[in-house]
Design a protein around this ligand. Structure first.
Ligand code: G6P
Ligand code: ZN
Length: 561
């Protein structure tokens, strides 16, 4: 069958504005006639003249509509003069794998089909995100361009007659309007596994995990892929490369609806893992989100490592990882709401520390400029400059390396860390799916309150503790590399003892508003307390200042992490 290029008339859809991490909507929205086609055409157009003759990577987390969207993208790219596509087998590629493929193959970018940690299935979410040639999520200027194009689009281009089976690995060549168009269906895991082998000492890790260097006792671990995309990667790395026991990995088949699980690795949604590790005798438990960039680490009896502490501990031990021995350690970074434990590590290492807005894309420039090698976010993201996305499996391998290096348990590693640096108690309260209008009111009222000059110096008391306001603002970030300014990135109140209350609206939801309240409180000596007790006074104060229960009608959060 000959392949013909077709131009299809269309009209704009409202709201094709990428959020913190791409465009996320209900599957029903993406499957409306022309909805996905429009958005993909705008992504391609936003690349301007670089698109013709380019190579792109395409793949996603295997959620419902992933494979169909992937096939659609193959046909749209063909009609838009892209010359080569690298497509994950069956449309499967984790987000870190896409980032790695873009970088190793020096492609123009990649299209990632995922709504990350949002539930999947016909009644849930789908998402499309563009990553640029550095392998990282497109920056604001780029996504604004996509959005602008989406408000004016009048036609898209697509080919007809292109037949391809993306379940078969292989190189497919087509003639599109006299030009060669290549679609390479690739093994979803091979490149990523190679990358991990370049970073970590797999021989040492294998001896540690299999038990060879532990008197023949295999490491007891429970790695939970929550039926997301990491399953095949986990099987290859932990079972085949590191010889972990079969029972060490669970939920490793990517399913279109994640088997009904909510693929968000936190104490609420990965409860099954937490319960199993609490009841069993595991040295480490870990879970990932749908697309494999987030991670949660827990130790023996479900000892919880906050993402902020995980970042700080990895920072402290960077030099036990071959990649950092070879490439050196540069600056460290965290997102603004993330507790500042890593700042203390950077200080002690004599390295730069950066505080960026929420969103992995803000780390990219610093990494590209060679200023940053390790970063993380409270939202269960940890990663390094090996790619330009956060990387869940990388984080587990980093923790295994630290356990192997120190010979200590996860809890002991953390307690030792707190004894040296002090402890940042941290919690996040999420109020999901609230009505948008009252949340916007709450945020603007709170902004007025905390930016009033009279707010500084105010005292608040609760539970026998007193806090004095040092600063109140709406966080604004000046990118030190490209000098761009990102304003209104979250309301924050800093108290004189360094404790902080941060409030922002989520940028990753697909409907309504999710309010996030972050509480960070530093203790130099009192490091073995219960986080919920230690933070209660500050939480009460935050609720009082923001009047959150009145505005949202909610008396309790939906999720606590
Ligand atoms: C995604 C991004 C992260 C970001 C998170 C915040 O996972 O990749 O970099 O921290 O979203 O989501 P939120 O819902 O708080 O905007
Ligand atoms: Zn994700």
């Amino acid at each position: 069958m000959t392949i013909t290029i077709k131009t299809v008339s269309t009209s704009p859809f409202e709201g094709q504005k990428p959020g913190t991490s791409g465009l996320r909507k209900k599957v029903k929205v993406f499957t409306e006639t022309n909805y996905t086609e429009n958005f993909v055409q705008c992504i391609l157009d936003a690349n301007g003249a670089s698109l013709a003759g380019s190579t792109l990577v395409v793949g996603g987390d295997g959620r419902y509509f992933c494979k169909e969207a992937c096939e659609l993208i193959i046909s749209i790219c063909a009609a838009n003069q892209v010359s080569r596509l690298l497509v994950g087998q069956n449309g499967i590629l984790s987000t870190p794998a896409v980032s790695s493929l873009i970088r190793r193959n020096k492609t123009l970018g990649g299209i990632v089909l995922t709504a990350s940690h949002n539930p999947g299935g016909p009644d849930n979410d789908f998402g499309i995100k563009f990553n640029c040639e550095n392998g990282g999520p497109a920056p604001d200027q780029f996504t604004n361009k996509i959005y602008e194009l989406s408000t004016k689009i009048s036609q898209y281009r697509i080919v007809e007659g292109l037949e391809i089976d993306i379940s078969k690995i292989g190189v497919n060549k087509f003639d599109v309007g006299g030009k060669e168009y290549t679609v390479e269906v690739i093994d979803s895991v091979a490149d990523y596994v190679l990358l991990m082998k370049e970073i970590f000492d797999f021989d040492k890790l294998k001896d540690f995990v299999s038990g060879k260097s532990r008197g023949g006792n295999p490491l007891k671990m429970r790695i939970d892929s929550l039926n997301g995309v990491t399953g095949p990667y986990v099987n290859e790395i932990f079972l085949n490369c590191l010889s972990a026991t079969k029972e060490s990995v669970v939920h490793t088949t990517p399913l279109p609806d994640f088997g009904g699980l909510h693929p968000d690795p936190n104490l609420t949604y990965a409860k099954d893992l937490v319960d199993a590790v609490r009841a069993g005798d595991y040295a480490i438990g870990a879970a990932f989100d749908g697309d494999g960039d987030r991670n949660m680490i827990i130790g023996h009896k479900a000892f919880f490592v906050t993402p902020s502490d995980s970042l700080a501990v990895i920072g402290h031990y960077l030099e036990c990882i071959p990649y950092f021995q070879k490439n050196g350690v540069t600056g460290l970074a965290r997102s603004m709401p993330t507790a500042s434990a890593v700042d203390l590590v950077a200080k002690s290492l004599g390295k730069e520390i950066f505080e960026v807005p929420t969103g992995w894309k803000y780390f990219g420039n610093l990494m590209d400029a060679g200023r940053l090698c390790l970063c993380g976010e409270e939202s269960f993201g940890t990663g390094s400059n090996h790619i330009r996305e956060k990387d869940g499996i990388w984080a587990v391998l980093a923790w295994l390396s630290i356990m192997q290096h120190t010979g200590k348990s996860i809890e002991d590693i953390c307690v030792e860390h707190w004894r040296k640096y002090g402890r940042n108690y941290f919690t996040r309260y999420d109020y999901e799916e609230c009505d948008l209008a009252p949340c916007n009111d709450m945020m603007s009222t709170l902004e007025k309150t905390i930016t009033d000059p009279g707010f500084v110096g105010k005292e608040f008391s609760a539970g026998g503790k007193k806090y004095t306001v040092k600063l109140g603002d709406n966080f604004s970030y000046n990118d030190p590399i490209d000098k761009s300014v990102s304003s209104k990135q979250g309301l924050r109140i800093t108290f004189t003892d360094g404790s902080r209350v941060v409030m922002r609206l989520s940028g990753t939801g697909s409907s309504g508003a999710t309010v996030r309240l972050y509480i960070d409180s530093y203790e130099k000596d009192n490091v073995l307390g219960q986080a919920s007790d230690m933070l209660k006074p500050l939480i009460d104060i935050a609720l009082e200042i923001s009047k959150l229960p009145t505005f949202t009608g909610r008396n309790a959060p939906t999720v606590i992490t």
